[in-house]
Structures are given as C-alpha cells and as structure tokens.
Design a binder for this molecule. Structure first.
Ligand code: ADP
Ligand code: ADP
Ligand code: MG
Length: 461
C-alpha cells in the first residue's frame, strides 16, 4: 500500500480523499493556491504545499508545479479528484513517467474514451445504443444542416470536450442550427481549448441515469447500481438519488439489468480500471442511450456508498496500489435509499448567481442517516475562482419516503449565513408533489420555475 499520497485538488473532494487516506493509514499532502490558504483540506492534510495564485490555470492546472510538489514531498501516488486534471491522460502519463502512481484509470483507458465523440464510436462498437447523431466532428455549417436533416429536429450541438453541463445547445430549426453551431464552436474553443462539436438527437423529457463502475488491474469489473441525476438546472446536477424511482414503474423494470450490462460493456471495451461512471439518458418509452463515461470519481459518489456500503475512494486507492478487488458482482446488494443535495453558494432568487464571500455562521445538520461532505466552516471565505459547490448533504433512509423526510429535516437544520445558498430551493423541490411521487425528468426544474412556483420557494425561504 502507498505510504504517502498527494491530493491534486481542493474543496470537499480533497477533504473526502484525505479522509479515505487516513482510514488506510496513508500520509497526505495537500496542495493549495494562495486563495485557498485557509481551506479545510490544507488543515486536514499532514503536509501542505502552496502551488501558485488563485486562478486554476496558475495552480491546480499546473502539471509542472504539481509534479515538483510531489517530488519534494516524496509521495507514492497522486489522487486527482474530479474536474481539474482528473481526466487528463497527459497528466496521468507524466505521473507514471516520474514514478508516481496516478490514482485513476490508465492513460490507455482514458484515451479510448478521450472525448465524447470517440466514446460514442467505442459504445457503437460495443453494441450499446446511442442517440442518433453525427459520425464524427462536424466541420462546417453545411454538414451540420445535413446531419440535422437526417436525424430530425430538435438536435443538440455538443462540444466533444465539454463537461460540467457546459458546451451544449439545442437547435429546433435550420436558423438556430447555424447560429448554435458557430457559438458552440467558439465557446468550446474558449472553455475547453477544443472547438470540436458533434450533433446528436435531442431526447425530450429524458431521465439521466448513470451506473457506477469499479474495475481492478487484474480483470475484475463490477457495477454498483444506478444513480438518478435528473434533477438538473442548465444540465448541471442539483439532487441525485439511488435507487432510481424510475425503475419502480412497470415499463422500466427490466431496464436496470440491461443498462447495468451495457455499462459493463463500455467499461470492458475501454479496458477500464479504477472508479468510473457510465452515463445514459432514458426516454419515456424506456429506450436508453449512452451519453458519456466519466473517467474519475464523481461528485455524487456518496449516494452509492450509502446504499451499498462500499467506500469508493478507498477502493480507488487500493486498486491503484495493485490490490485485487475483493467484491464480486453478487456481493453488491442495495440497502435502503439515499439522496444527495449539492449545496452551492449561489442565490436561487437571483438566477443562481454565485455568492462567494465569508461564511459568518455555520451549523451542519446531524442525527441519524445524515452525512456531510464539505470543506466549509464558520469564518471560511469562499474564493471567487472556483466551483460554487460548498457542501454535499447526503441522507440515507430505509426507503425513499424516509430519505425524503430526513433530507427535508436536515435541510431545515442547515444554517449558513453570510452567503446565499441553494438550500431553500432544494427544500422546495423536496416538497414538490411530483418529486415526492418520484415522477420527474431533466425538465423538472424548468417546469418548477416556469410554473409559478417561485412564490413557493420564496415562502420556504
Ligand atoms: P459529476 O459528473 O461528477 O456529477 P460535474 O459534471 O458536476 O460532475 O463536474 C464535476 C466537476 O468537474 C465540476 O467542478 C465541473 O465544473 C468540473 N468539470 C467536469 N468536466 C469538466 C470539463 N470538461 N472541463 C472543465 N471542468 C469540468
Ligand atoms: P457533461 O459532460 O456536461 O456532463 P453530458 O453529455 O453528460 O454532458 O450531458 C449532461 C446533461 O445534458 C444530461 O444529463 C442531460 O440532461 C443533457 N443532455 C445531454 N445530451 C442530451 C441529449 N442528446 N438529449 C437531451 N438531453 C441531453
Ligand atoms: Mg455528463
């Protein structure tokens, strides 16, 4: 097993990784930017090294500085967390060539799933259904119009390198197609340094269902069931749960098995090792389509941990150290129900505008079945440079009903002052009759905001 691990990330995921290392008796090295000097991950790690200024490109994205830090601290391995360099095959290669283990998939597996278009081809070869779409990257507007005509509007224009819900737009006709094609390309170039876009059919009222994968370096590969992440705002997840209430409906009952198998096929085709997630969308007629594979630990992994009892971070570390996976597919049993709310420092009453600044008062909920993954505390100043997520509130209940009651109770206990948060919005979702019935798709929030429910949310606040 490793003796010392460097965490090339910040925020709640850095804290989560440190916790896993501590339980495995591994020493930890935090890296941080000048704006993160007071961050919890710096306090929690055994050692901490400053790697540059606040903006990520001057610190958390600097491969040279991360490697220097790793060499100075003499670590055995680096955990990249999510975002930043987590899915960067070049970074994984540099680590390995410096004799530092990268805690994640091999760079070969990452290359096999390098971007969304390459992943689509891999899924096609593996026989997994895809939304109808273009064969490759779309080079010009004429080609875009031809593809759109073939598959029929509405379509989605998506950046091959997109992520975090950014880099995609819907087109309903030729005019919005031409406009969308050019804006999507230039936005993708700016945001991801890659202007490549492709087109796929826009699936209406879809459900976002994903499967958690774990594979070791000795050929063992399992999935740990699904997560439903259909509660999204602007293609960004806000609440996740498992098991998915969709699979309770009669027409969808067979899907869990089929999609679990399809997820394993994708991972197998990529020779995938470590933790990863295969994302799908499901339409109202129980058709499922592959979206992408996330080659890293995901934000919402605790939901799976709560219902399976498997510590995904520890598994990732043990797999990277060359250990054999000691869990078989038949060992995976689901117990109860888990829900996660992503608590963002954003103002839900002002179009979810980021709300960085100092947290004056902080009281986190507790009691049975409540888990908080967070780097926040009273007196902490949220820097403006990064993602606005400051905490994840995860609850477990013996069934969905108990989990919802618990989430609602926990949200009402959560006290954060000084900055605005998404808590009142999530509280309103928990009260919504359709959410409570488990009947929702990715349009849910749009409908909630459009349907005059704004008052309800304000009332809750
Ligand atoms: P998950 O798939 O784990 O639910 P998200 O899509 O919310 O995660 O992304 C997790 C984090 O990684 C967020 O901070 C997001 O901004 C960042 N991220 C994901 N993909 C990319 C990308 N291609 N480029 C930049 N940031 C990304
Ligand atoms: P990201 O890399 O940003 O996570 P994804 O391809 O995983 O991008 O898509 C994120 C979300 O965008 C999905 O969960 C879904 O809500 C929406 N989406 C993506 N592709 C489609 C599609 N073809 N039809 C309908 N919705 C889509
Ligand atoms: Mg995705």
């Amino acid at each position: 097993m490793f003796e010392k691990v460097l965490i090339a990330n910040r925020g709640e995921i850095a804290v989560r990784i440190i916790r896993a290392c501590k339980e495995l008796n591994i020493r930890t090295v935090a890296v941080y930017s000048e704006s993160d000097a007071n961050s919890m991950h710096v306090q929690m790690a055994d050692e901490a090294i400053c790697i540059g200024k606040g903006p990520s490109k001057d610190s958390y994205l600097r491969i040279d500085r991360l490697i220097s830090a790793a060499e100075i601290a003499d670590v055995d391995a680096i955990h990249p967390g999510y975002g930043f360099l987590s899915e960067n095959a070049h970074f994984a290669d540099v680590c390995e060539s410096c004799n530092i283990r990268f805690i994640g998939p091999s760079s070969r597996a990452m290359n096999a799933l390098e971007d969304k278009q390459i992943s689509r081809s891999l899924a096609k070869k593996a026989g997994v259904p895809l939304p109808p779409g273009s064969e490759g990257i779309i080079e010009n507007e004429q080609e875009a119009l031809t593809v759109a005509k073939r598959i029929g509007y509405p379509v989605m224009i998506k950046a091959v390198a997109g992520g975090g819900g950014r880099g995609m737009r819907v087109a309903h006709n030729d005019i919005s197609m031409v406009k969308g094609f050019h804006t999507c390309r230039s936005e993708a170039e700016k945001a991801f340094g890659n202007a490549g876009v492709y087109i796929e059919k826009f699936i209406e009222n879809p459900h976002h269902i994903e499967f958690q994968i774990l594979g070791d370096t000795r050929g063992n590969l399992i999935h740990l069931g699904e997560r439903d992440c259909s509660i999204q705002r602007r293609n960004q997840k806000l609440i996740e749960e498992s098991p998915s209430p969709l699979f309770d409906r009669k027409e969808f009952r067979d899907l869990r098995k089929k999609m679990g198998k399809a997820a394993l096929k994708i991972a197998e085709a990529a020779n995938y090792t470590s933790a990863g997630t295969v994302e799908f969308i499901v339409d109202d007629h129980a058709n499922y389509y592959f979206l992408e594979m996330n080659k890293r630990i995901q934000v919402e992994h605790p939901v799976t941990e709560e219902i399976t009892g498997v510590d995904l971070l520890k598994q990732m570390i043990m797999i990277a150290a060359g250990e054999q996976l000691r869990i078989n597919q038949s060992d995976i049993t689901v117990r109860g129900h888990a829900i996660e709310c992503r608590i963002n420092a954003e103002d839900p009453f002002d179009d979810f505008r980021p709300s960085p600044g100092r947290i004056d008062m902080y009281y986190a909920p507790g009691g049975p079945g409540v888990r908080i993954d967070s780097h926040a505390y009273a007196g902490y100043t949220i820097p403006p440079h990064y993602d606005s997520m400051i905490a994840k509130l995860i609850v477990w209940g013996k069934d969905r009903r108990e989990a919802m009651e618990r989430m609602s109770r926990a949200l009402s206990e959560y006290m954060i002052t000084g900055v605005k948060t998404t808590i009142p919005f999530q509280q309103a979702i928990l009260q919504d009759p359709n959410f409570r019935r488990g009947v929702y798709s990715t349009n849910f929030i749009e409908q909630l905001l459009g349907g005059g429910r704004r008052e309800l949310i304000e009332e809750k606040a």
